[in-house]
Design a protein around this ligand. Structure first.
Ligand code: SAH
Ligand code: SF4
Ligand code: F3S
Length: 485
């Protein structure tokens, strides 16, 4: 089955909703936009910013790509397969272009940044290429294409955070929303393309983050997830001349760190749940864990990607922590937040030179941590990364896949064991919508990020309910509402 579990999650095309829109300011009223997103939550969040920018120009959302004037694909480069999926999708858009040559096809996001104008040559149907920091330029880029030129902007910024743009929530359940708190990444994990596609790390003004959370709460949302590639490295200073964490720290000026930001967002309202992703094991502090403990509305769930359980491999990966350090952070989570805090991971099987014994270390780390959930991949060499330059991609594909399958089986067993511990317990669940299988059941998540399914009764999305767990699979807890809050 391969790397499927996360890839399916990551690569599911996001349908857009087609809410009525306000009239644009001049621009091109009535023109239709279709936007499809691949990759991580940051990309989905960026598509909401892009939609907001184009809506200002009078664009309406199209129900499907066949009825759109502008088709945008927000792309991911993290693994080769992610790029192939987008290339296949572009072929499908080709048919629309044939029938209607005036349709604009644009590539946004990480593939746009990685391949730049090469995309125009390689994928003949692409008219427009915009990298993650170039979205404010989209109206101009579209205009250039309308005037008969190809348009490319892959400029990476040290400042852009789109702080002032109010995202148009796409495909929203009206209950949960993402808030980007930072952009880029200054880590140089040797396997990873993100620092090249997203540029330097920069943090967004905390006041704009709190304002966005308040606005969401006022609109009925009950959960926000603060997003960044490495949220623990969030550092904001009012001094705009300082660029990036290193300069801010050196200047010794007053700052807001991630624990303080979490505290600020948690105070927006006790009925607004706060989640965050992703935590980096080298940076997660006890201060963050204590802040989580202090606020009942900060969810007790930490996505703490290990990547490998072996210290030599972690060194080659340039993760800047070793197995002992990782275990120390897990112990801190357990000591401060207890056994019930959900922990999940990302794991890479078959990184360059990984031996069988080193692969076993990943499995034993999983046993130690008892992860609730993991995203699991086999290593995919990415052009331009440190690993591509320095190490041979020398583990045969069959071995990578076998190791990955062992990791997946281990996780399935752990997920089931962890979920079984929850049977008989009662959890507060925020209702997100109907269960995928039946309209008579609702689903939501508990604080530890576990999906809980229960008979709907009179409950509505956005309600908090107490659910007593009666049964489970490796993926889901099922139960009944015991009493309302
Ligand atoms: N910022 C996050 C990761 C973002 S990328 C972090 O540091 O944890 C999401 C996941 O994709 C990574 O955690 C890693 O497990 C996986 N990944 C990244 N590059 C990869 C590659 N070249 N091959 C396979 N998996 C990769
Ligand atoms: Fe990639 Fe590492 Fe940055 Fe995560 S922390 S985005 S894995 S470079
Ligand atoms: Fe993919 Fe870019 Fe996110 S490479 S995982 S979309 S930051």
């Amino acid at each position: 089955m391969g790397e499927l579990i996360k890839d399916i999650d990551l690569l599911m095309p996001e349908a857009v909703d087609s809410k009525p829109i306000t009239t644009g300011k001049g621009g091109v009223p009535g023109k239709k936009l279709y936007i499809e997103s691949y990759g991580c939550q940051m990309n989905f969040s960026d598509s909401e910013i892009v939609t907001s920018i184009l809506r200002e120009q009078g664009y309406e959302l199209a129900a499907d790509y066949a009825s759109a004037d502008v088709i945008l694909v927000n792309t991911c480069s993290i693994r080769d397969k992610a790029e192939q999926t987008v290339r296949n999708r572009l072929q499908q858009f080709n048919a629309v272009k044939k029938n209607n040559p005036g349709v604009i096809v644009g590539v946004l996001g990480c593939m746009a940044e990685r391949l730049k104008e090469k995309l125009l040559e390689e994928e003949k149907i692409v008219d427009l290429v915009a990298g993650p920091d170039a979205y404010r330029d989209l109206p101009n880029l579209v205009e250039q294409v309308d005037e008969g030129q190809k348009a490319v902007n892959t400029f990476l910024s040290r400042e852009e955070t789109y702080a002032d743009i109010s995202p148009v929530r796409l495909n929203s359940n009206g209950v949960t929303a993402f808030i980007s708190i930072m952009r880029g990444c200054d880590n140089m994990c040797s396997f990873c393309v993100v620092p090249f596609t997203r540029g330097r790390e920069r943090s967004r003004d905390p006041q704009s983050i709190v304002a966005e959370a308040r606005e969401l709460f006022a609109k009925g949302f009950r959960e926000v997830t603060l997003l960044g590639q490495n949220v623990d490295s969030y550092t904001w200073s009012a001094d705009k001349s300082l660029k990036g964490k290193a300069q801010i720290e050196k200047a010794g000026v007053p700052t807001v760190n991630f624990a303080e930001l979490l505290d600020m967002v948690a105070r927006v309202n006790p009925a607004l749940r706060v989640r965050f992703s992703t935590s980096h094991p080298k940076d997660i502090t006890d201060e963050v864990l204590h802040t989580m403990k202090k606020h009942p509305n900060i969810c007790k769930y930490i996505h703490l990607p290990a990547q490998s359980g072996n210290s030599r491999v972690l060194k080659l990966m340039n993760r800047t922590y070793d197995r002992a350090w990782y275990i120390n952070r897990v112990d801190a989570i357990r000591n401060i937040l207890g056994e019930e805090c959900g922990i999940s991971s990302d794991m890479i099987a078959g990184f360059c030179t990984e031996t069988e014994a080193e692969h076993q270390d990943t499995l034993t780390l999983m046993d130690y941590v008892q992860y609730d959930f993991s995203y699991m991949f086999f290593y995919s060499e990415r052009p331009g990364t440190l690993a591509a330059k320095k190490y041979a991609d020398d583990i045969p594909l069959a071995v990578k896949k076998r190791r990955l399958n062992e990791i997946i089986s281990k996780q399935q067993a752990l997920s089931l064991a962890r979920n079984k511990l929850d049977v008989g317990k009662t959890f507060e669940v925020l209702v997100e919508g109907y269960s995928k299988r039946s309209k008579e059941h609702l689903q939501g998540r508990n604080t530890a990020n576990k999906v809980v399914v229960f008979p709907a009764g009179n409950h509505q999305p956005g309600d908090y309910v107490q659910v007593r767990i009666e049964n489970c699979t490796a993926a889901t807890l099922t139960g009944k509402v015991v009493h309302e809050l």
